[in-house]
Ligand binder design. Structure first.
Ligand code: ADP
Ligand code: ZN
Ligand code: ZN
Length: 723
């Protein structure tokens, strides 16, 4: 490779450049290119790759050597094997390099989640950066520089809050004092605060304190879902003004994402607020990271690099600190993940408690409805209907939770037993009455409802089971004839992924809720998350039992958290809160989960659950990874996994792991793709990591086996949330 060097005059400096190679192409480190002069690591460059010119990032010299060609998945493309060194096409001008802490974060994330460095690092950049011409790039930069020049000079005057901070309650003051102490900088802080205890105000004040004392400091605030960003953005911009706060989530246009990313990268945005992707963003002055609702599973990415934004936030704070800029990380929740709870219990995290709600609001009373005592076939217990009616007559609102959208989960023919199977998935298509369609919630396949049974011609095909759409209809029927204080009929509405799909519809529905126009809201769990509905005084979960006996060992944790969070919606207004009630319809009223829920005792629930997990050898007492395979046939998927398992058995250190046999996934087929998985487990995280890191080369070999013919893709999921 080196004998070409003389022929490329002037291009005599070698640069290591990371580019986005698909994970299955090569789990490699950087590629070598030539350039006319040295260029600091972290610079954005464009380089030729095969026939294309792609975006890349220069990396340090001593980056890990690439694995052998074709080490992961398929063969390396011809461009990469035995290639002559090519020159860098251009270095993006006027862009400060991505700093060492950011590069360390990318290196860690790639290693830990078993992806290529290039895939991890390039996916962390705004997509539009990849497509910009040099001219477009320069125009962008100039516009930002102009904006910066026009804005009051940062650095001369510390950040001024636009609106004043609220004066902290004693409980908040204590939390703020502790946050300022060295102990809260040595380790992650778990802010365990009831819903409505004023956690968000803590984030605001901690940010304000930091930004006022350090003119270069930046704060990252994360929320689990896009839906929650507008609300938090509003609170932050009300406090700090719009120019200092940059949003970062997948709901923005590519142009907005680039603008906001640049604002953060150039240090203009003092506060970056976004969803899990925000943890990967460049923020050279990062000094505080907040992970709100840290227990939420949405922080774990379910595709591509399957990273946990919460876990990366913790790593990131540590690595920023190691690079000389102390960075604090705060995880907030009323129902922490059992991982975080356990970490606090064992002293790895510092726990801060805020048990009291602002204004002394009480948590709601639990009303368990024993379904075995209700009239046969009742959807809602009569007492619950009466309670909702009473509330509506007083001008208060109720919320009914059901975790299944659509009208009915399946249509069925009673004559022949036909069911609305999806032809491409091992799942039923859901009946949506509103447009009379059968829709597959997995592959999206949608058809008009047939007039008669496709198998036997019977015209009497009927919905089985219940979704939110049907529940809305039934609740409206149950409440018809009742009137509000203003004499109007009661208004029942529904909020779920179907009703909020269109842009702006979520905001419109939230506004109707807040204005009091809606008396009873039927919705999926998305309603329970984070929204501050002050007039809701009753929350009802009508089908909670499904989670008590689910195969997923995390289901009770999710249920408890959902009910606590949903209950937290009830009675946020202290004036009304003595009336707040959480109704749960169950066939198992003596289940211990409800005993803890009755006393709002998360600690007790967590202790019970952790004891069970320890006995069963489940996380957080063990560490897991899944190898998933998608293939044309289930046999091919399992053959690949079985071979991979055999290969793993030969790796050094495997004696510290348990390798489980391949199994079909719970939804075995989606869009005609067969899915299977195998689980790896260990009591030691390093031991698991050690085996995983050696496994990739073996997996490439397994893929080529004749028995695995038909394999489409495979992926490793480290710390999977569902197994
Ligand atoms: P959490 O994030 O824990 O749910 P919030 O920060 O949203 O709690 O606070 C709940 C409510 O109490 C909000 O309406 C908020 O404006 C109000 N609040 C919080 N802190 C204070 C304070 N110190 N003084 C007055 N009101 C406060
Ligand atoms: Zn039939
Ligand atoms: Zn389908």
């Amino acid at each position: 490779m080196t004998q070409r060097k003389e022929t490329v005059a002037n291009h005599d400096t070698r640069l290591q450049v990371v580019v986005a190679l698909p994970a299955h192409t090569a789990l490699s480190g950087p590629l070598t290119y030539l350039h006319t002069q040295p260029c600091p690591a972290g610079s954005l460059v464009r380089v030729p790759l095969g026939q294309r010119d792609v975006l890349g990032i220069t990396w340090e010299e001593d980056s890990p050597a690439p694995l052998p060609p074709g080490a992961a998945g398929s063969e390396a493309p011809p461009a990469l094997s035995a290639r002559a060194l090519k020159p860098v096409s251009m270095v993006l001008p006027d862009c400060p390099p991505l700093n060492p802490a950011w590069r360390a974060l990318m290196g860690f994330a790639a290693r830990y989640y078993q992806r290529s460095l290039g895939e991890m690092a390039l996916a962390a950049l705004p997509p539009q950066l990849r497509d910009l011409s040099p001219e477009q790039w320069q125009r962008r930069i100039r516009r930002l520089q102009k904006a910066q020049a026009a804005a009051p000079a940062r650095g001369d005057s510390p950040l001024q809050a636009v609106s004043a901070a609220l004066s902290p309650s004693p409980q908040q003051q204590q939390a703020l004092d502790t946050l300022a102490s060295p102990a809260a900088h040595d380790k992650p802080v778990l802010l365990f605060g009831a819903t409505g205890s004023g956690k968000t105000e803590i984030y605001l004040q901690a940010a304000q304190r930091l930004l006022a004392t350090d003119p270069a400091a930046q704060v990252l605030v994360m929320v689990p879902e896009i839906n929650l960003t507008p609300m938090l953005l509003e609170r932050f911009t009300a406090r700090f003004g719009t120019t200092q706060v940059a949003a970062m989530h997948s709901g923005m246009t590519p142009a907005q994402r680039l603008t906001n990313w640049l604002a953060a990268h150039l240090g203009q945005a003092r506060i970056v607020l976004g969803t899990r992707m925000a943890v990967l963003c460049s923020a050279p002055g990062l000094r505080l990271i907040v992970v709100d609702e840290e227990h939420d599973p949405s922080y774990k990415s379910q595709e591509g690099a399957r990273y946990s934004a919460r876990d990366l936030a913790i790593y990131r704070a540590r690595v920023e600190t190691q690079h000389g800029r102390p960075c604090q990380v705060v995880l907030g929740s009323a129902t922490p993940s059992l991982e975080s709870w356990h970490a606090a219990a064992t002293g790895r995290y510092l726990r801060l408690d805020m048990p009291d709600r602002m204004g002394g609001g009480q948590l709601p009373h639990l009303r368990l409805v024993d379904m075995s005592q209700q009239p046969k076939g009742a959807v809602l217990a009569p007492a619950l209907v009466a309670a909702m009616t009473e509330r509506a007559q007083r001008g208060e609102q109720s919320l009914i939770l059901l975790n299944r959208r659509g009208y009915a989960p399946v249509l069925s023919c009673h004559a022949c037993g036909w069911k609305s199977h999806c032809p491409s998935c091992s799942a039923y298509r859901v009946f949506h009455k509103i447009d009379r369609t059968l829709r597959c919630h997995h592959c999206g396949f949608t058809e008009r409802v047939p007039r008669a049974c496709p198998d036997c011609g019977n015209i009497d095909i009927a919905p089985v089971g219940k979704g939110t759409e049907q529940l809305e209809e039934q609740v409206a029927a149950l409440l018809s004839g009742e009137v509000r204080p203003d004499g109007q009929p009661l208004h029942v509405a529904r909020m779920d992924a179907d009703t909020t799909r269109e842009k702006g519809s979520l905001e419109a529905q939230l506004a109707r809720m807040h204005s009091g126009e809606v008396d009873v809201l039927v919705g999926t769990q998305m309603v329970a998350k984070g929204h501050d509905f002050r007039r809701i005084t009753l929350v009802a979960a009508i089908n909670a039992d499904s989670a008590l006996f689910a195969a997923d060992y995390r289901a009770p944790e999710r249920l408890f958290s959902l009910l606590m969070q949903a209950g937290g919606r009830a009675g946020r207004d202290a004036d009304l809160s003595h009336q707040g009630e959480l109704w749960v319809q169950t066939w198992n009223p003596t289940h211990p989960l409800f005993a803890a829920l009755r006393t709002h005792d998360f600690a007790r629930f967590a202790q019970n659950e952790l004891a069970d997990r320890e006995t069963a050898g489940m996380p957080p007492f063990t560490y897991q990874a899944l190898l998933r395979a998608d293939a044309r046939t289930q046999e091919a998927a399992q053959a690949f996994l079985a071979a991979a398992r055999d290969a793993a058995r030969t790796l050094p250190g495997v004696e510290h792991l348990t390798l489980y046999p391949p199994v079909p996934m719970q939804i075995q087929r989606i869009a005609n793709v067969e899915r299977a998985q195998m689980l790896l487990e260990s009591h030691s995280r390093p031991a698991l990591q050690h085996v995983l890191s050696q496994w990739h080369a073996e997996l490439a070999r397994c893929k080529a086996l004749p028995a695995a013919k038909g394999l489409i893709r495979w992926a490793i999921d480290v710390d999977p949330l569902a197994i």
